[in-house]
Design a protein around this ligand. Structure first.
Ligand code: NAP
Length: 300
């Protein structure tokens, strides 16, 4: 039996693992995809204290190695179910059944789709959710990025260095992204901002060849020829499998406060998967520490 089972190996989950093992308990981390979480797709992190200008992948790899070196047991299994029993919790994955005294849910979030017709059909044929993964395929071509947060702006910056032209399509004319990053993007000579606009149609067979965008105010529709569209409109939580042990809000985020407790004693939560105002690397790391310390206290 593991002392603490942690679901998710992003910043929150791996930080929780570090605190758990340093607290003298065993930590089993179960991750469905790969370590690092969303940050692995960020070309350069500038706002993590003490780590200036590090790639998301390098940061995540160091974090993974740190957790393993300190003694965390990290396995790549998809958690299907968590049940409370008299000894603690039974965690069923696609490969095994694990027992733990406490559980930390650090499931992060997944990419939000635009919801436009044919979007899923065109994934890999012009639609992508990851500029750093797929950007190279569009070297010397024309791309668009949808979104106005840090991810979209940084994706557009990255693509502007690879592509002939990049359109930044955003539904408003102000941005959630940091002002400094927006300014950096504006300084690129090959970026056109298409603001107050929504992507309404994806054109092209069998590959994407254009997007149609509608002006929010005039309702005018413009067709923009592109080879690729990078969708960067935020994330959605993925907690459907755990609602029996953790209450979620109407958007699917695990209901919790800064203490990282859930409604089930022994189940804690950390990072982007929980209700919170600020979803940043720093706050994910902070949650990981808080959740692990709370779990250590619970185990006693
Ligand atoms: P985000 O900050 O939530 O921004 C999502 C963007 O997509 C917003 O501009 C939003 O528009 C737009 N959007 C949402 N739903 C849409 C829809 N259905 N159709 C069209 N547009 C839609 O998401 P994010 O950029 O992925 O960032 C997530 C978190 O990670 C943020 O806290 C961000 O600061 C952080 N992050 C940090 C870094 C870094 O510091 N280096 C890098 C990447 C991400 P509205 O603004 O109109 O709502």
């Amino acid at each position: 039996m593991a002392d603490i089972i942690i679901v998710g190996a992003g910043t929150a989950g791996l930080t929780a693992a570090i605190y758990a093992v340093r607290g003298g308990k065993s930590a089993l981390v179960l991750e469905a995809v790969t370590y690092g979480g969303q940050i692995v797709n960020t070309p350069e992190i500038e706002n993590y204290p003490g780590l200036y200008k590090v790639s998301g992948f390098d940061y995540a790899t160091k974090l993974y190695e740190q957790a393993v070196d300190l003694g965390a047991d990290i396995r790549f299994e998809t958690v299907k179910r968590i049940e409370k029993d008299e000894n603690g919790f039974k965690v069923t994955t696609d490969q095994d059944v694990h027992e733990g005294k406490a559980v930390i849910l650090a499931t992060g979030a997944k990419n939000r789709p635009l919801g436009v017709a044919r979007e899923q059909e065109l994934v890999g044929r012009g639609i992508s959710y990851c500029a750093t993964c797929d950007g190279m395929f569009y070297r010397g071509k024309v791309t668009a990025v949808a979104g106005g947060g840090n991810t979209a702006i940084e994706d557009a910056q990255y693509l502007a260095d690879l592509c002939d032209k990049v359109y930044l399509i955003h539904r408003r004319d102000s941005f959630r992204a940091d002002v400094k990053e927006v300014e950096k993007l504006k300084a690129k000579g090959n970026v056109e901002f298409v603001l107050n606009a929504n992507v309404t149609e994806l054109v092209g067979e069998p590959k994407l060849s254009a997007v149609r965008v509608e002006d929010k105010f005039t309702k005018e529709v413009r067709e923009i020829p592109v080879d690729g569209l990078f969708v960067a409109i935020g994330q959605m939580p993925a907690n459907e499998a755990f609602t029996n042990v953790a209450l979620v809000d109407e958007k699917g985020y695990i209901v919790s406060g800064e203490n990282c407790l859930t409604n089930t004693p022994g189940v804690f939560t950390a990072g982007d998967c929980r209700t919170k105002e600020v979803r940043q690397l720093t706050t994910a790391a902070s949650d990981g520490a808080v959740a692990a310390l709370a779990a250590l206290k619970f185990i006693g």
